[in-house]
Write a protein that binds this ligand. Structure first.
Ligand SMILES: C[S@@+](CC[C@H](N)C(=O)[O-])C[C@H]1O[C@@H](n2cnc3c(N)ncnc32)[C@H](O)[C@@H]1O
Length: 261
């Protein structure tokens, strides 16, 4: 099935799930924001591979279905948590974790993903809907640590471009790193020179100016990969590649540093 056919199916089923809310059943008590469509095991494996999940990770799957992403992450040694609003899915998840022998590494909770604290995950996985991704985006960008890995099956994050994208033919995998925040004014020491940086940030992309005395240089092609910041300092025809690590209000490079303000 193509991405668009599946998108139509997901959104079509979504409408159906709302209609079902009028019938006296589980659906009467809970409103599904996304219908249940499981990710194929091949795509689960690709999602965990693109995020480079290891035993050091804490993986959270929002809307975890039958727990397949959580169980697969645990099989790689990670600890993992899944939340799903449908109690039937949570029951299946416990059964699947038991069958895979990973009950000590996983937790499943029947709860609303919008009421779930997920900022302590090192990897966040999602197979939701574009509108749901966009509702989660501010929390991801503002509350998750720089460098946190985000993976989404099939759906993007609007104008936050993915850092990696893999087209598997029937499925697509999107990958982002939560970028550090560098927008605004910085005082930088580059060798013996002092600069005032004024940076503009759009997600992982950065541009701006660097002023020293009456001279203004350009900051171009700035890019954040989590807390790793790379840009070019452009002085006429000269381009100098600068690299540094952002940690809160400071940036530290090999032969330069900056502090916020
Ligand atoms: C497309 S399925 C993805 C399942 C699983 N993550 C996977 O990739 O196989 C979306 C899941 O989100 C769940 N869901 C829908 N709305 C939810 C909400 N508000 N809170 C938690 N789970 C929700 C559904 O029950 C469903 O299992």
């Amino acid at each position: 099935m193509t991405r668009f056919a599946r998108h139509r199916m997901l959104t079509g089923m979504f409408a159906a799930s709302l209609l079902a809310a009028a019938t006296p059943s589980f659906a009467q008590e809970v409103r599904l924001d996304v219908p249940y469509v499981p990710t194929s095991q091949t795509t689960v494996d690709e999602m965990l591979k693109i995020a480079n999940v290891t035993a050091k990770d804490y993986v959270i799957d929002l809307g975890s279905g039958d727990g397949r992403i959580v169980v697969s992450a645990a099989k790689l040694g990670a600890t993992a948590m899944g939340v799903d609003i449908n109690p039937q899915r949570i029951k299946e998840s416990h059964e699947n974790a038991k069958a895979a022998g990973v009950t000590d590494k996983v937790k499943f909770f029947q709860q609303d993903l919008f009421q779930t604290k997920f900022s302590d995950a090192t990897v966040l996985t999602m197979y939701l809907l574009p509108s749901v991704n966009l509702r989660l985006r501010p929390t991801i960008l503002n509350e998750m640590k720089p460098g946190t890995r985000i993976v989404s099956h099939d759906f993007d994050m609007g104008d936050w471009k993915p850092d990696q994208f893999k087209d598997l033919g029937t499925d697509q995998v999107y990958f982002w790193l939560v970028p550090a925040k560098v927008e605004g004014a910085w005082t930088a020491k580059v060798g013996a020179d002092s600069y005032k940086f004024d940076l503009t940030q759009k997600f992982q992309e950065v541009s701006g100016t660097a002023t020293m005395g009456g001279k203004t240089l350009k900051v171009e092609n700035g890019r954040l990969a989590g807390e790793n910041f790379t840009f070019e300092l452009v002085d006429g025809g000269n381009r100098r590649v600068m690299m540094g690590k952002v940690s809160g209000g400071s940036i530290t490079g090999k032969d330069w540093s900056a502090t916020k303000g």
